[in-house]
Design a protein around this ligand. Sequence first.
Ligand code: NAI
Length: 335
Amino acid sequence: MKIAVFSSKPYDQKFLTAANRSFGYELKFFEPRLTAETVGLAAGFPVVCGFVNDRLDAAVLEALAEGDTRVIALRCAGFNNVDLATAERLGLKVVRVPAYSPYSVAEHTVALMMALNRKTHRAHARVREGNFALNGLLGFDLHGRTVGVVGTGQIGIAVARIMKGFGCRLLGFDPYPNEDCKSLDMEYLSIDDLLSRSDVVTLHCPLTPQTRHLINVDSVQRMKRGAMLINTSRGAVIDTQAVIDAMKSGQIGYLGLDVYEEEADYFFEDLSHEVITDDTLARLLTFPNVVITGHQAFFTQEALQSIAETTLQSIHDIEHSGTSGNELDMKQIMP
Ligand code: NAI
């Protein structure tokens, strides 16, 4: 069976090709993102494999269905980029990788916290210039600080466990509290109380209509002055302009981002020879107390191997039994 793999990079090719030794599918790797402009490439492929910034909106899904695609296999956990109602209407099955390595994202989240706190990014640049001065590099002990985890699913609890090891107090906000987090002495609160009591706020909820701009003009004002905000979930969970304003006023003291609302045109590409025309992104890059990575939190060997194997296994399950445990259950998602 033929599978069209969009947004494919050398690392996708490497891990999918290795995993495919057990399946024997015909993988066709396309470098472009899947959009209305590129969807023609998928014509005649029963399966299309997409990633976080592929645009699976109604127009693209309709074109895919017309081109005889039957299955969309997302090689990621989030599925906010798929119009699920249209997929269901067209009879397209959508699978994702609900869990691969929560440790990959959790460990990167903590790396952002550590870099921001101890200013490792600045220290590294200084030392390479022969500047060994410490002025401006003062950090704080994480031990004894309060970390607020928004979304306490697989990644949120993995972060909580690491921060528990640091000696932090844990607060949580989640409409479905996680019993395992309670056994870490996490205290569940309303979002407002979590924001007002946390030294570090870290976001691990999915992007949904309820979480879009969860961190906004009003909610940043509820945060402790000078607190740290980390977002490794999806860019639009924060209103970036509101956060920039809060950085300028000192209301937010540190910002770590692995995701950005308008990342699709930038992330995963080498644009080092080009002018950044997105003024919001350009502004973010000027702050000394902001660390941005380009959606790399998932990017470990273990995660890529697991993503590749799970994606192909889900396709195999649908091919042979008509269903997969990783199929998005539209009824649960759209009650
Ligand atoms: P999960 O499904 O295990 O956990 C998500 C948690 O968020 C659940 O406990 C859910 O109840 C909670 N939640 C739902 N609505 C909420 C709301 N309105 N407010 C607060 N919490 C809410 O998902 P997992 O695996 O922990 O992943 C979380 C998110 O991380 C994904 O949806 C994805 O967007 C992002 N992600 C980012 C990656 C990266 O490389 N930066 C890689 C993988 C995932």
